[in-house]
Design a protein around this ligand. Structure first.
Ligand code: ADP
Ligand code: ZN
Length: 721
């Protein structure tokens, strides 16, 4: 037998299969990872096909099968081709994206984890006899007696001498494979669905490949609906995948799922260690679990017999991968839902405009949860004009927010403070000469972090110690402006010295399990005030939160992106939705310098439909999604002139080689124009249906693979432009 092996070789040009002979002593399946010889080197590859004959006279043999039980199944092999087609990545890259880090094709060492146990190796009578005859060998007897009673000892847990017993063959060492993550035991909770929830569940047809949009206000019990649907699907002996947008949300979701599904749950997200990922992956491949929960890449879980996919907070930009391959998990989910003929549920209180438009056009089926559980009311939202507060020298806390916070502390309720910017202050500059600190690699203003007294680039991570004197004019006139979460934390501590405060942002949650730790603290009410970025804005369910303060709502409103209104609405509605989830009266205070902006009215009235209608008019006029699709091409080079020259060349080629309805904009400098010392020009393409465009882009892409000093980043339906 022969195998077509897709080999891993660094260049895209070699993204094809080569035929190898399967030696008689090896069992090889389609989807196996194998070791082969190529150009006198030993490299790895994936078997994509097995056949009885080959046209070649002489072919090399496959050398070895790596991790034989981990196989890309037929579905994933097909899915890889789709991923390649929609993102223009290489097929090898597509398969590597699907495999967890520890299993990427080039890794070799096995990650199986074993525990060694000591067990008895002889019948009870023999052991008892031995004990009788060796009364003086206390230590040996101690082990044997323990084993008679308990059957096994973890070899690590004992420092007893067992070597002698081993020599005499009385005991043996047994190796057992274990998984690093085990579901913990919880008391099962069973909710009675509300009428509204039940009617949503009943509307979902389990044996059809429909996409549903579950549009349900915050706190309406979307999770309960997901859980009930998963229960049904598992009852049919099928499996499910559920995606959450952020690692910060996995802990609470996993806890809820463990409560209902116990050990049938596997978890996949990037904070797991390679070993943990590998173990979870193994559970899935061996069909030992029936529900996978995780972040974006969990959509590639090799689970068989898929009966349902749920994507929670479907509006989240985190479902889009922003590096090669630039895929959106929702597209992958749609493909898998079709392949498996099973439903896909997209859930959100603030759906993306694209999704809601599809529901309006009946491409998606709309499901609605209009009220909070038990008719709990949504929080009362007030908008605070910070320009008035400024005159009272209130730059961070308005009088009202201060007052409400104090009140909330007194009645022992929790408060959440949102500022979507981490660090201490956003701009550091010299009052004398106007010098500002910029990242030498990215041309982006550096953010000051007080705890480490350094300036940091939030794009590439470049850091620099802040000196006392201006590097330009040598004056002692360096001052900082603008707000970050770190500064909010400091101010809050000053104002409320007795409050227990935590800060959750990317800087405070770098350690493994730090999210879990913080979430546990909030649940156990060891915290009064939670300060954070968008990381805390959605999905979380804490009963004690009754006040939410948004420090500077203009932060996201001022972003130069056509989605900035939609994003602001969604961020502020979501964070408001964290309050009052268990029926206590709750308040949201939104501080802004633009209180007259129409968006605040919409947020106040929880008027998603209003936002949708307003935005759709603008999107139509400006030819943005959902009326047009967008494709972005970034032309990148270390050499400014080269990047610019090629960008102009590509844009003019495209203008002559696409449909007439397609609009080519640019080239212009990209949003992050200089990133890691690479200059980036961008061409934005707005299109409706254009096969010609994709042919042309593919043509250009193939051409630039061979180019040394210029490369392209192609992003179909980018989430940021
Ligand atoms: P959403 O995801 O829509 O914001 P959740 O699923 O987190 O809402 O539910 C909000 C809260 O209401 C949770 O604490 C949940 O346990 C509770 N809840 C939801 N449905 C029910 C129900 N049918 N009976 C009792 N409590 C419920
Ligand atoms: Zn940088």
């Amino acid at each position: 037998m022969y195998a077509d092996v897709l080999i891993q070789y660094s260049t895209k040009e070699l993204d094809k299969t080569f035929t190898y002979k399967i030696p008689t002593n090896l069992t090889v399946f389609i989807g196996n990872k194998v070791k082969v010889q190529f150009n006198n080197k030993k490299i790895y590859g994936i078997v994509l096909n097995i056949k009885a004959s080959t046209e070649y006279d002489e072919v090399l043999e496959i050398l070895e099968v790596i991790n034989p039980e981990i196989i890309l199944n037929q579905e994933l092999i097909e899915l890889g081709k789709y991923l390649k087609d929609i993102t223009l990545c290489s097929l090898m890259k597509a398969y590597q994206t699907m495999l967890p880090t520890g299993l990427k094709v080039k890794e070799t060492s096995s990650l199986d984890k074993y525990i060694e146990f000591i067990e008895l190796n002889k019948d009870r009578e023999v052991i008892v006899e031995y004990i009788r005859n060796h009364k003086k060998s206390y230590k040996q007897i101690e082990i044997l007696e323990y084993l008679l009673e308990n059957k096994k000892i973890n070899k690590k847990d004992t420092n007893l001498v067992y070597k002698k017993l081993l020599e005499k063959d009385l005991i043996k060492i047994v190796k057992k494979r274990i998984y690093r993550l085990e579901s913990y035991n919880y008391n099962k909770v069973n909710y009675e669905l509300t009428e509204e929830q039940q009617s949503v569940v009943d509307k979902v047809e389990l044996n059809k490949k429909n996409t549903y949009l579950l549009y349900g206000v915050t706190g309406s019990g979307k999770t309960i609906v997901y859980i009930d649907l998963i229960k049904k699907v598992l009852g049919l002996n099928k499996t499910a995948i559920m995606l959450v947008p952020e690692i910060s949300l996995t802990a609470q979701m996993v806890e809820r799922l463990y409560k209902t599904f116990g050990s049938s749950v596997a978890i996949l997200h990037s904070r797991l260690s390679d070993g943990e990922k590998y173990d979870e992956y193994t559970k899935i491949v061996k069909n030992e679990v029936s529900l996978v929960v995780g972040t974006r890449s969990a959509i590639f879980a090799p689970i068989n017999n898929l009966g349902l996919i749920v994507i929670d907070e479907e509006h989240s930009s985190t479902y889009k991968q922003e590096s090669n391959p630039r895929y959106n998990a929702i597209d992958i989910a749609k493909w898998r839902s079709e392949f498996n003929n099973c439903p896909l549920i997209l859930g959100s209180a603030t759906p993306s405009l694209e999704s809601f438009a599809r529901a309006q056009k009946k491409v998606y089926k709309l499901l609605e949860l209009k009220s909070r559980v038990k008719n709990y009311s949504l929080p009362h939202i007030s908008i605070i004009d910070m320009s008035k507060e400024m005159k009272k020298r209130n730059f961070i806390f308005s009088d009202e927010l201060k007052k409400e916070l104090e009140k909330n502390l007194k009645i022992k309720q929790q408060t959440m403070l949102l500022l979507n910017r981490r660090g201490f202050s956003t701009i550091v500059s010299c009052q004398n000469c106007g010098y500002t600190y910029k990242c030498p690699h990215c041309e982006i203003t550096l953010t000051y972090h007080k705890s480490t007294n350094n300036l940091r680039c939030h794009y590439c991570g470049y850091t620099k110690i802040l000196e006392k004197y201006c590097p330009n004019c040598k004056e002692d006139a360096i001052r900082s402006f603008g707000l970050g979460t770190e500064k909010i934390e400091e101010e809050t501590k000053k104002l409320f010295p007795y409050a227990r405060i935590i800060r959750m942002d990317r800087d405070t949650t770098t350690k493994k399990n730090s999210h879990e730790t913080y979430i546990k603290m909030i649940e156990k009410e060891e915290v009064d005030i939670i300060i954070g970025t968008q990381m805390i804005s959605k999905g979380l369910d804490f009963p004690k939160i009754s006040l939410v303060g948004v420090i500077n709502a203009d932060e996201s409103l001022n972003l130069p992106d056509f989605r900035s209104s939609e994003r602001t609405f969604s961020l502020l509605s979501q964070v408001s939705g964290r309050a009052g989830r268990s029926g206590i009266e709750s308040k949201v205070l939104i501080q802004t310098y633009n209180p007259d902006n129409e968006i605040f009215n919409l947020i106040k009235n929880n008027d998603y439909i209003g936002l949708y209608n307003n935005e759709m008019v603008i999107r139509k006029k400006l030819k943005y999604p959902p009326y047009y699709y967008i494709l972005g091409i970034k032309v990148c080079s270390k050499n400014y002139d080269l990047a610019s020259k090629h960008a102009i060349k590509i844009a003019s080629y495209l203008k002559n080689n696409v449909e007439e309805t397609t609009i080519i904009l640019g080239p212009s400098t990209a949003n992050m124009f200089k990133f890691n010392n690479i200059y980036r020009f961008q061409i934005i393409i707005k299109y409706k249906y254009d096969n010609l465009l994709f042919k042309s882009v593919k043509f250009i892409d193939d051409m630039y693979i061979k180019e040394k000093d210029v490369y392209l980043e192609i992003d179909n339906n980018p989430i940021n432009i």
